[in-house]
Design a protein around this ligand. Sequence first.
Ligand code: TXA
Ligand code: MG
Length: 341
Amino acid sequence: MNVSLKTQILPAGEAAVAAAARSLAEGGLVAFPTETVYGLGADAANPQAIARLYHAKGRPSFNPLIAHVRDIEAARAIARFDARAIALANAFWPGPLTLVLPKTGDCMVANLATAGLDTIAIRVPAHPLAQQILRAFGGPVVAPSANLSGHVSPTTAAHVQSDLAGRIDLIVDGGAVEVGVESTIIGCFDEAVLLRPGGVPRVEIERVLGRRLVQPPDDADNDAGRPLAPGMLASHYAPRTRVRLNAERIEAGEALLAFGSPAVPGVDAATAVMNLSAHGDLDEAAANLFGYLRALDARGARAIAVMPVPHRGLGEAINDRLRRAAIGRDEETQEKSKKQE
Ligand code: TXA
Ligand code: MG
């Protein structure tokens, strides 16, 4: 593919929405903000556009994409909803929840986007620009996070630009996103399975279901080639710098990613300090997470030391991404992830 495209960047507004819809209809690749992270959109019914999308991200085509639709009616044209799925959709859409459901017999989404599975991941994004683009375009739009495969997800248009400029057609700049971690993915199988913790906390989903979510098997058990959530491979969210978790002191040459009071031993010698949330707010921490990881990664520190983050609310998604960022520097894991992600 031509990887020296001229990537247009447009500020949010009517002209940008119209240009995005036009580009999607012509098979273009359009990055736009959702409330979670920026997505890289392509026409879900256009296999050539989807092939370009996989190529632009450097993503293996066995890792399926999420179809973004304007509302539950549009979702029901491509997936079969049972009562449980309808309850979840009514409770959380539009919003940061993705449901994995059986495809309908006449599902218009290209097989390439679902990696040949008989299920499809769907979400209705809440961001007004995402909604306007979906409505102007008319059909489902597949959109993975708008980063190079294996990199940290983008929470600003500048992040998208630094990963994908020259590889995609258009970036719609809607400023920084609100949530900051990707959507929660629920597999609606015999049991409801938490495939990826994300923007909707587990407890809120369990409250709607009236029962506990089932955990998927560990990544380690998913190597057979058909994991439940194919993209949830170990080093998915890796900065280049080594990440050291649960740091209780700062070693020489390390940068600190703090949470709450950064009064840890050695902090004065840290090469850089960024605080996810000085007053310990997990929503604020999620919104800052990927941007701060990118910023600290650019500082050339020996390692990024990360203070412990509580596991409640969005803390589960934050800790999931941090854990993947940390194992991303393990060489064996990197080899494995190169093959898979
Ligand atoms: O918040 C989000 O979900 C963002 C924004 C742009 O909407 N999108 C996003 O997409 O995070 P992506 O492609 O980075 O992650 C989608 C995940 C991958 O782990 C993929 O393997 C999984 O969803 N997935 C997609 N289809 C699936 C399916 N049929 N069964 C199981 N997992 C699936
Ligand atoms: Mg991603």
